[in-house]
Design a protein around this ligand. Structure first.
Ligand code: ZN
Length: 139
């Protein structure tokens, strides 16, 4: 059993920017030389998330629209009063989606569905450089 950790720095536009990072994770499995195990994909920070989606233009519009209904950017949040921030909605959206996903892989292939991609979502209100950690546990 081995543990191999890789790090990616990913530039985002913020404001619910959705980036497909499936290829990065697939390439890492190849480099790690592992066949079977789990990949944990984790984003550092409290205003971004890791999730999965069918990565297509419609859902890339639907997701921000739905979030704007449930956790609108313009609402008054206690967090903004605490720090003089303007990203209370970004923190709440990040908490809702979570900061990591664990995906099993077998024979060097992630067990994702055909229409299921791993995504980084940046909820912050400005462009960011996001650190994404991928940790493989396997053999
Ligand atoms: Zn904040």
């Amino acid at each position: 059993m081995k543990v191999i950790t890789t790090t990616h720095t990913i530039r985002t536009k913020g404001n619910c920017d959705i980036i497909d990072i499936s290829t990065d994770v697939r390439e890492d499995i190849g480099k790690a030389g592992l066949k079977n195990g789990n990949a944990t994909v984790f984003v550092v920070g409290s205003t971004a998330s890791i999730s999965t989606i069918e990565y297509e233009p419609g859902l890339k519009k639907d997701l921000p629209e739905v979030l704007e209904k449930f956790i609108p950017a313009g609402k008054k949040y206690h967090h903004n009063a605490t720090w003089g921030d303007h990203n209370g909605h970004s923190h709440l959206r990040s908490t809702l989606f979570g900061c990591s996903q664990t995906i099993p892989f077998v024979n060097g292939e992630l067990l994702l569905g055909t229409w299921q991609q791993i995504i980084l979502i940046d909820f912050d209100e400005r462009p960011r450089n996001r650190k994404v950690i991928v940790q493989f546990i396997g053999e």
